[in-house]
Design a protein. Structure first.
Length: 414
């Protein structure tokens, strides 16, 4: 048996869409990007969507759009992929890391404690596809205390009049919050379409705008499309249409546009997402819970409650009362059985760059606790029932053996 962790979903529809892009003679940003933006807005019910070449570049652009600069602070969870912090650093600002709740999402109480007069934004991360407690976070940022602390230093900040709420939704396309698309729960939601995500464009991302009504969304969309193309007022597709070669550079932009050849992959996938791809992920997650839930060492992941439902991007298996070393040994034993697993995530304070920058994992005890016992199991549409059964049997046998050996060692020491 050889089971991959998260291969991309490539069917004939994807191949046909990519071939169509190739045959069109146009492979950089053009009509397929526009189509994908429209599909994302339709799926998420967002006011507008802007496709870019990665989550990271999209987050950098939106922080710069808001005027985040050197000396400013952006609150983020310590338990996330490094891009959540790096986008802040690339703007010259300071990532203020806080701990997480037991469901792996950012702890609103820790957010409240971290807000200062330098706080310009909060990036809440929907870990594994589970939306954060957005109502609690919005209550905090709209409170009198937070508004009084907020110092507006750019036109966008003056207009918003409070801390900007960004959703790091790299994992959570298709998730719901309070019965609606989770993308509607923040000012700005940013998706990742990296190769391992629920929907992929090989590399890519998308920014969904759900800013308050006093922002002109059409104007912001037009501005951000220019921003993502070096500040150039015409893209290559527009310039190619007849005698339309003249262009201007309006400001110092970024070069982060998504090409059509990539958008084509995402287009074919998103059209099948709610009907085929998302239900397949959910089915596998529920089977994992149903069978593994019989064991007292199994910590069930938060997949659905009365306010939210995950996008089932990652299945974070957690095992009670094991050490990090035991977890690592369990992973090695599972891999020898032909199953590729992963860990989401190594808390950022444990990574060399952030540790050398002064972050200490001791200050984020729950992030470490959850990391030390977590193993991400394969979950993707291509997994068969036979594959899933094999994974479950392997996990049960390996974990049970590890716990028995651990118990025997304890007894030998007494």
């Amino acid at each position: 048996m050889n089971i991959s962790f998260s291969p991309p979903f490539i069917d004939q529809n994807v191949i046909n869409e990519v071939v169509d892009a190739l045959k069109s003679g146009w492979i950089t940003s053009g009509p397929k990007v526009k189509e994908l933006e429209a599909e994302i807005s339709h799926l998420t019910k967002s006011k507008s969507s802007i496709c870019v070449n990665s989550w990271t570049s999209g987050a950098i652009m939106m922080l710069k759009w808001f005027g985040v600069k050197e000396g400013d602070e952006v609150i983020i969870p310590a338990y996330s992929y490094c891009a959540t912090a790096l986008c802040v650093l690339h703007c010259g600002a300071i990532p203020v890391m806080v701990d997480i709740s037991d469901d792996l999402t950012i702890d609103p109480l820790q957010v409240k404690r971290a807000i200062t007069a330098k706080t310009k934004a909060i990036i809440a991360v929907d870990i594994a596809g589970l939306p954060c407690d957005y109502n609690a976070i919005k209550t905090i940022i709209k409170s009198t205390r937070s508004r009084n602390l907020f110092v507006a230093e750019s036109e966008k900040q003056l207009r918003l009049g409070r801390i900007l709420l960004i959703s790091d939704a790299a994992h959570s396309i298709g998730a719901t919050y309070m019965g609606h698309s989770a993308a509607l729960s923040s000012d700005i939601t940013i998706f990742s379409f990296h190769a391992v995500k629920n929907i992929t464009t090989a590399e890519g991302g998308c920014i969904c705008l759900n800013l308050p009504g006093f922002f002109n969304i059409n104007e912001e969309y037009a501005f951000l499309k220019i921003f993502s193309l070096n500040g150039q007022n015409k893209d290559a597709y527009a310039k190619s249409r007849g005698a339309n070669w003249k262009y201007d550079i309006l400001f110092k932009g970024l070069k982060i546009n998504m090409p059509d050849i990539c958008a084509a992959i995402g287009l074919a996938q998103i059209r099948q997402y709610k009907r085929v791809l998302l239900p397949a992920r959910k089915r596998i997650a529920l089977k994992y819970c149903q069978v593994l839930g019989k064991f007292d060492w199994f910590i069930s992941p938060s997949l659905k409650d009365y306010t939210r439902e995950s996008s089932y991007h990652i299945f974070p298996l957690r095992i009670k009362n094991i050490t990090e070393a035991q977890r690592d040994q369990i992973i090695e034993d599972i891999v020898t059985l032909g199953i590729t697993v992963n860990v989401h995530f190594i808390p950022m304070p444990m990574l060399s760059y952030f540790r050398k920058s002064g972050y200490d994992i001791v200050n984020y005890p729950n992030s470490y606790k959850q990391y030390a016992c977590e193993i991400s199991l394969p979950i993707y549409p291509g997994l068969t029932d036979e594959d899933t059964d094999y994974i479950i049997d392997a996990v049960v046998n390996v974990v049970q053996a590890q716990l028995r050996n651990s118990k025997l060692r304890e007894l030998s020491l007494t």
